[in-house]
Design a protein around this ligand. Structure first.
Ligand code: ZN
Length: 220
């Protein structure tokens, strides 16, 4: 674990399965009848950002309001608001770095009054999804091998620069392989309630419970 320096700090949460007790694309797929297609694509051997593009195509024809009403019904993770409030009191800039969609992250970021959110952008025409996805990427700029639609490491570094936070004072919290490059490169990487049997090397702390207050115990 990096030694904490004085000065401002920054904490980036993953959204699905971390800030939310649920996963947006699965909940939307469940509601509109394409959950098994999502599962199939998720398990496929395609490179990660191509999987994201394929999943976005499943949303083609859906109305924005149909999507956002499902997002709003997904419960927050236990103690999400309490943990964020506490972190703000400790001088953290706080937000979301997600490989889901900005239409979801902005709802959550606003609901719990966070400072930033980064995610994929779904193209919308006449209030309907076209199936096209605008991906922030970032791995191609820093040589990260994640090849995710959102390179969480790249965006953590960018946000740290923007808020003038030393990388040793950054914290990342996430639950899956999409979070790996961010968890490994943050000052403190916290694996949160991973699937049973899922391991990640080079993380500083693992929380094996659905309670975000326990993240606070991992901080220096
Ligand atoms: Zn990456």
């Amino acid at each position: 674990m990096a030694t904490r320096k004085d000065g401002p700090r920054l904490l980036a949460f993953d959204m699905d399965g971390t800030l939310l007790d649920g996963r947006v694309i699965y909940a939307v797929g469940q509601e509109f009848g394409f959950k098994s297609e999502v599962e199939e694509i998720t398990k496929s051997a395609d490179v990660p950002y191509e999987r994201s593009q394929r999943v976005a195509k499943l949303l083609k024809g859906l109305r924005v309001s149909e999507f956002t009403s499902v997002v709003k019904a997904i419960p927050l993770m236990k103690n999400a608001v309490e943990a964020v409030t506490q972190l703000k009191n400790e001088n953290f800039k706080i937000g979301i770095i997600s490989d889901s969609y900005t239409l979801a992250t902005e709802i959550i970021a606003r609901k719990i009054e966070m400072d930033f959110h980064v995610a994929n952008r779904l193209e919308v025409k006449n209030d309907v999804f076209t199936g096209c996805l605008k991906m922030p990427l970032g791995w191609e700029k820093i040589g990260c091998d994640c090849r995710q639609s959102v390179c969480k490491r790249y965006h953590l570094i960018s946000l740290a620069k923007k808020y003038r936070v030393d990388m040793s004072n950054t914290v990342a919290v996430g639950d899956s392989s999409a979070d790996r490059c961010m968890l490994e490169n943050a000052g403190v990487g916290i694996l949160f309630n991973p699937q049973v049997g899922y391991m990640m090397k080079n993380v500083d702390c693992t929380v094996r419970s659905k309670d975000l207050n326990l993240v606070l115990d991992c901080l220096p």
